[in-house]
Design a protein around this ligand. Structure first.
Ligand code: PGA
Length: 278
């Protein structure tokens, strides 16, 4: 397999067929759009968010693609007003596992859509560990997002303890299969996966590019075992202390299609530098 990449897209040569005739050959390749997504978490005020969104948008050119920010719910509409005519795209940080009704505190996929969202994170490790989002509820949230034409960004990843006891792949299997079992393999093609080792989130500790690639490759292989076409199409992002200094090496890996950026996405210059590293 020969890999070629250029800014904003990952071009992967998957088959090169040589025929008998000299100088005659055909090749088929898949193009995966790269994606750099910021996750603001529960940070900043309304005016901070608007200033940040404006500054990011101001640093983009008309043809730019594959850049998004996941914003606190209460600022989604305001941020959408600022970015709607720019290449910057909007996402929510979670989505309800129900369509509508008596679910106090939850935000539905339809509500996110109304606020201008294209994406919603599901199963972020902070949701799983602090707020009890289970594999099953994450799978239901994933399905609810797709039902409302929101692209779910399924976050998976192991804790330090799980890595140290060689359970990384088992954890990934469990988290991924919960969604595949409920939504079906073809639904994965219409989603984004984010591999975020929990020990690297907000800790300043980044997985090495080889450690990240190993897990990304594993995820793609598990999907390929069920559908080669889905595996070739799905974007798999890396998240966990990505910064301008380490982004280039991480994004250069063949199975890493971009990043989910927490801390460094709160500063427009850093976030844009990470986007430029693709
Ligand atoms: P971080 O967060 O970049 O601050 O490590 C990543 C995330 O939680 O998505």
């Amino acid at each position: 397999m020969i890999k070629m990449s250029r800014k904003q897209s990952k071009l992967e040569l998957v088959a090169l067929t040589l025929y008998d005739k000299p100088f005659s050959f055909s090749w088929s390749y898949v193009m995966r759009q790269s994606l750099v997504m910021g996750n603001w978490k529960m940070n900043g005020s309304r005016s901070d968010g608007l200033a940040l969104a404006n500054a990011i948008a101001a640093g983009l050119n008309d043809g730019d693609q594959g850049i998004a920010v996941c914003v606190p719910y209460v600022y989604l509409s305001d941020v959408h007003d600022v970015i709607k005519n720019t290449p910057l795209v909007l996402g929510g940080q979670n989505v309800a596992d129900q369509e509508s009704g008596a679910y106090t505190g939850e935000i539905s996929g339809a509500m996110l859509k109304e606020c201008g969202c294209t994406y919603a994170l599901v199963g972020h490790s902070e949701r799983r560990s602090y707020y009890g989002d289970t594999d099953e509820s994450v799978a239901t949230r994933f399905c609810q997002a797709q039902k409302q034409n929101i692209i779910p960004v399924l976050c998976v990843g192991e804790t330090l303890e799980e890595r140290e006891s060689d359970k990384t792949f088992a954890v990934i299997d469990r988290q991924l299969n919960a969604v595949i079992d409920m939504a079906g393999i073809n639904a994965i093609a219409e989603s984004v996966i984010a591999y975020e080792p929990v020990w690297a989130i907000g800790t300043g500790k980044t997985a090495t590019d080889d450690q990240a690639q190993e897990v990304h490759k594993y995820i793609r292989e598990q999907i390929a075992a069920k559908s080669q076409a889905v595996a070739e199409k799905v974007q798999i992002l890396y998240g966990g202390s990505v910064k301008p200094e380490n982004a280039k090496a991480i994004f250069a890996k063949p199975d890493i299609d971009g990043g989910l950026i927490g801390g460094a996405s709160l500063d427009a210059a850093s976030f844009l530098a990470i986007y430029q590293a693709i």
